[in-house]
Unconditional design. Structure first.
Length: 383
């Protein structure tokens, strides 16, 4: 009798040490176990805990005989044996946890992988190892993931800038402006208790306040250090979404020990990301000085510094420049992360000093950044 799903899950987790209780796996279960063992069998911690044995030398099951499993073989196997969500997790662990760089530096392997943000980050980290042939294949991953991010983020950005609901009632019946609470209150007299139904005779709607986006600047300063690669990706996509919005001029500037203005490439985030150079030092003060020089109207400017704030330059100069920008009326954001998780990891000591100088410190998703900018810009003039 085949094992139930719960027993099968435990068998996949424990690997061969579970054989004495469940019996050796057969068929598809054996192939799954071999694929998991190829990856997780190299984990010394799991071995010492008796969870898995084996490793990179695991052989394929079936065929004319056993043969060493290559990354290409392994990718073929997991795409055949596991659902998409599991495949993405396995590919992420292979690259990020076990450093199997062949997945992003071998053209045969790259041609088989499922494009994902994990693999895009890996491509950007290992791009310096790639020859032109590999770069051409890797570009497929960059293009696919960037297109998906743009399709997901553009509606959020444009919704943020399309105007916010005000408390004034409107006679224009638009579904997006439906006032649920106001409608219920206005129609309570028509409640039918026997049918447990509220008859709406007069729906209520909110009015909208239009945003006037005149003479505003948004300067995105993005740390290129390896730990910030996710934020680099989302900054490029966010800048592309904000580009061409009426009255808002967006700048995208990357920095490490040097400062590189990428604004000219904002409309092509794929090309932009293929040019990014991850690593090197971190001179935030130098980058903020550059941003300060870009500001034309200090009271209509937002400078967003996206970094882990482990300053390799002059932290005193950085705090001094931020304080001067704030005193002139510029809004300064210090974002420890700009990505979908928005989980901050940064030098809290420097973060506290920047907050004391007047910067808004935290982490944001790209959509929330767009909302923040729209809200700030909207205060500059409302109809």
């Amino acid at each position: 009798m085949p094992p139930g799903p719960d027993l099968e899950r435990w068998r996949l987790i424990l690997g061969s040490p579970a054989d004495r209780h469940t019996g050796p796996p057969r068929g598809r279960a054996a192939a799954r176990d071999a694929a998991l063992d190829w990856l997780y069998g190299r984990d010394e911690e799991l071995r010492t805990r008796g969870v898995r044995r084996g490793g990179a030398a695991t052989s394929r099951v079936g065929g004319s005989g056993p043969s060493p499993v290559t990354p290409v073989d392994w990718l073929d196997d997991i795409h055949r044996l596991f659902p998409k969500e599991t495949v993405e997790r396995l590919e992420r662990d292979a690259v990020e946890q076990y450093g199997i760089n062949e997945i992003v530096t071998d053209p045969d392997v790259l041609a088989r992988v499922e494009p994902s943000q994990t693999l895009l980050r890996a491509v950007l980290r290992t791009r310096h190892l790639m020859n032109p042939q590999v770069l051409a294949v890797a570009r497929r991953i960059v293009e696919t993931v960037v297109r998906e991010l743009l399709e997901r983020l553009r509606p959020e950005v444009h919704r943020a800038f399309s105007g916010s609901r005000s408390r004034r009632p409107s006679r224009l019946p638009l579904a997006r402006d439906f006032d649920f609470k106001g409608t219920v209150r206005a129609n309570l007299a028509h409640y039918q208790p026997r049918e447990r139904r509220l008859v709406i005779q007069r729906p209520h709607f909110h009015a909208r306040t239009r945003r006037h986006l005149e003479q505003w600047q948004l300067v995105l300063l993005v740390d290129q250090s390896g730990s910030m690669v996710g934020s680099v990706i989302h900054s490029a996509v966010t800048a592309a979404c904000l580009w061409h919005l009426p009255g808002l001029r967006t700048h995208l500037v990357a920095f490490d020990g040097n400062v590189v203005d990428l604004t000219a490439d904002v409309t092509d985030p794929v090309e932009l990301l293929m040019r990014v150079q991850l690593g090197g030092g971190t001179d935030i003060a130098r980058a903020v000085d550059y941003a300060a020089a870009l500001v034309e109207n200090s009271r209509r400017a937002i400078v967003a510094v996206i970094s882990d704030f482990y300053e390799g330059g002059d932290s005193y100069r950085l705090v001094r420049t931020v304080r001067a920008l704030v005193q002139q009326g510029t809004t300064v954001l210090g974002l420890a992360a700009l990505d979908e998780e928005a989980e901050p990891a940064y030098d809290r000591g420097l973060g506290e000093r920047l907050a004391a100088a007047g910067a808004h410190m935290g982490a944001m998703t790209p959509g929330r950044l767009a909302e923040f900018v729209a809200e700030k810009v909207g205060r500059g003039g409302q109809a």
